[in-house]
Design a protein. Sequence first.
Length: 354
Amino acid sequence: MSTFTADSLDTFENAESGANALAADSTFSATPDISVVVPTYRRPAMLERCLASILTQDFDPARFEIIVCDDGPDEATRASVERIALEHANTGPHVRYVAVTATQGPAGARNAGWRLSRANNIAFTDDDTQPDARWLSSGVKALAAGADAVSGRIIVPLGARPTDYENDAAGLANAEFATANTFARRSALERIGGFDARYTSAWREDSDLQFAFMEAGVPIARADDAIVLHPVRPARWGVSISQQRKSQFDALLYKKYPALFKARIRSAPPLLYYAIIVAAIVTLAGSAYGHHRLAGFAAVAWIAMTAWFCTQRLRHTSRAPLHVMEMACTSIVIPFLSIYWRLYGALKFRVLFL
């Protein structure tokens, strides 16, 4: 079991032979065929389920390693990984723990992992997935066929009437390229500089990697037989409010790849949100300056558009009373928060992004 503190690339290079690293057992002296990088953040029980699936791959355990990049970092996760590493110390795979303390977020954590890896091929998945037993062998086969990057298939199990949060998370199943199930050659990652660590939330960092590969001429293949199960983890009431913060990273992706963003993400700004905000401003301004008829019309428009927005969110989702109440309450504030964070991102990353 090797333990590292990933503060910088220099730290990565020194950790392999420094006092903070335990020498790898001679069983693992040979370079593995592939390294599996798993970023995690303070959910050791979920991580253990993910690692249990990786450890039952139909791939020779002596030919791959697992690198857990702890973005907490926390002692519970460290202890869990150390225990699993000891259990497989003699048979493989080699399990390594990395404490990420520099640029945090999933992008920075993945960088810490692949830069410390010993293999020429890298597999990325997340701590809330459960890879199929053939996942690793299928990904390696696709890389061996000539691709420099591979996108696998993600299955998100849902009930007949999922919540809005679950329905949104299920979008991963249709993603072109998601780092919950991605393979890449080290040379391809080095060519583009890896992940952009400015994406400090789990949002758009995978599209950024995909677009970087595309612009660099890195061939990306699809491997539908490389499968990971991605159950939707429980979420607190009103989670969609805090998720609006991620909108700021749309601005960064747009700044870097405007044409690809328009073609593959969204070609137009969220006009409904802007219309709702304008109606709300006119309502308040009209009331303040005595234009009551104008204020009344604007208020009706505001309420109607907000109700339509809420109805669309409920269209194919749960009708449980608590969920309906959540949709009604959050639909009032989401347009304002979403536009706020988009404009915040535009200012932060200095790009005209509406």
